[in-house]
Design a protein around this ligand. Structure first.
Ligand SMILES: Cc1ncc(COP(=O)(O)O)c(C=O)c1O
Length: 385
């Protein structure tokens, strides 16, 4: 049988992560000690209270029904969390929709709002799911470069007027992956004004909202006056609550937009496993204590890796939050070549910046997913190249 992928599949190439992992495994078999800073998968276990709660719930026979649009207890916990942490009031019925991780929400959301050929404003570099969603919807990305000169924030003023007028959706991610820039209140105000002027839906990916290290949270986009008129925020329990494998996230914001996403979702899946939703609700209700200890751990990792790389001559993008360090390596080779050289000579696994767009050339993304001793060792190994 002749099996041909669809034409659209040419837009979905296989990620380099697999190749990096295979090469690292090969080096490990040769005796190299591997320090893996590639995937942003949290290494800290979920809080014991969450593990216990989940264990009790999975033992209940009534936990195994379809949950369809989800249990209300989860939506209500999201609203309490947004009110306490961000000062944003949400309606649990109309302004919250659950997604099976934010990846699922991000990849499907453009289908809900974009027609083929519509423009979506996104960044270069950007988290890879945005492009996947844009391509699935048949929309066209317009890339806003994230550069040192613009403080690694998308420069809305430099978008040509005709592009802005045609754009349907603007995707932001602050603090971001791979570039951990933080937004200011003024920046979000500019976003709201820009979206209103050009009639653009804003989707802010707040996956790293709990990762801030100087006492100042990035804050919710929805806390900006007028933000609920123009947009949505997607947030996840994967990173902030170490529940990445549980696959639970949510989109909040404009009720009309949420209604459209709900309509799409009712055709895609039948809801998240109830014990996961109820455990996530417990996590949100204890967010302050859970995320405070996460921040203490990550702030120290961030400090050790950032200052270490600076000391060995890497140019590190300034940041006070996020789960990654975005840094320019000092060698005359591409990011991809350097990623393989680093594994071969040091065992340190990093992601080449070009995975996230061509503006990432010269940069490496290092995830803060090892303890400080290993991060310090990684710096020493990189120093020796
Ligand atoms: C910026 C950003 N958004 C979304 C996701 C997806 O996370 P999840 O699907 O686990 O919620 C990730 C994962 O790394 C991410 O970095």
């Amino acid at each position: 049988m002749n099996i041909e992928p669809s034409l659209k599949m040419s837009l979905f190439t296989e990620a380099i992560f697999g190749k990096l992992k295979a090469f690292a495994a090969q080096q490990q078999r040769k005796g190299m000690e591997i320090i893996d800073l590639s995937l942003g998968s949290p290494d800290i276990p979920p809080a014991p209270m969450l593990l216990e709660h989940m264990a009790q719930l999975v033992a209940k026979p009534q936990s195994y029904r379809y949950t369809l649009t989800g249990v209300q207890a989860f939506n209500e916990a999201v609203c309490r969390y947004y009110e306490r942490v961000n000062g944003v009031t949400l309606d649990a019925q109309t302004e919250v929709v659950q997604t099976m991780g934010s990846q699922e929400g991000l990849v499907h959301l453009p289908i809900a709002f974009c027609n083929p050929g519509d423009i979506v404003l996104t960044t270069n570099p950007a988290y890879v799911a945005y492009d996947a969603g844009i391509h699935l919807a048949g929309a066209t990305p317009y890339y806003m470069p994230l550069t040192k000169d613009n403080g690694y924030l998308p420069d809305l003023a430099s978008i040509p007027n005709d592009i802005a007028d045609k754009a349907k959706l603007l995707i932001l991610n602050l603090p971001g992956n791979p570039v951990p820039a933080m937004p200011s209140e003024q920046y979000f105000e500019q976003v709201v004004a820009f979206a209103k002027k050009h009639n653009i839906i804003v989707l802010h990916d707040a996956a790293y909202s709990e990762f801030y290290f100087t006492g100042n949270a990035a804050g919710s986009f929805l806390a900006t006056p007028g933000a609920k008129e123009v947009g949505l925020e997607i947030n996840s329990l994967s990173k902030s609550f170490s529940l990445a494998g549980a696959r639970i996230a949510y989109i909040v914001g404009n009720a009309n937009m949420i209604g459209i996403v709900k309509q799409l979702k009712s055709n895609l899946d039948f809801g998240i496993f109830e014990p996961i939703q109820l455990t996530a609700a417990l996590a949100l209700d204890h967010a302050e204590e859970i995320t405070a200890s996460l921040r203490t751990t990550f702030a120290e990792r961030h400090r050790v890796l950032m200052t270490g790389l600076q000391q060995i001559g890497w140019e590190v993008a300034p940041s006070n939050g996020g789960m990654f360090v975005w840094a320019k390596h000092p060698y005359k080779m591409t990011s991809e070549e350097f990623a393989f050289k680093a594994i071969e000579e040091t065992g340190v696994v990093m992601v080449p910046g070009t995975v996230f767009g061509n503006a990432g050339e010269g940069y490496m993304r290092l995830a803060l997913v090892q303890d400080v001793e290993l991060l310090a060792q990684a710096v020493e190994k990189l120093r020796a190249i």
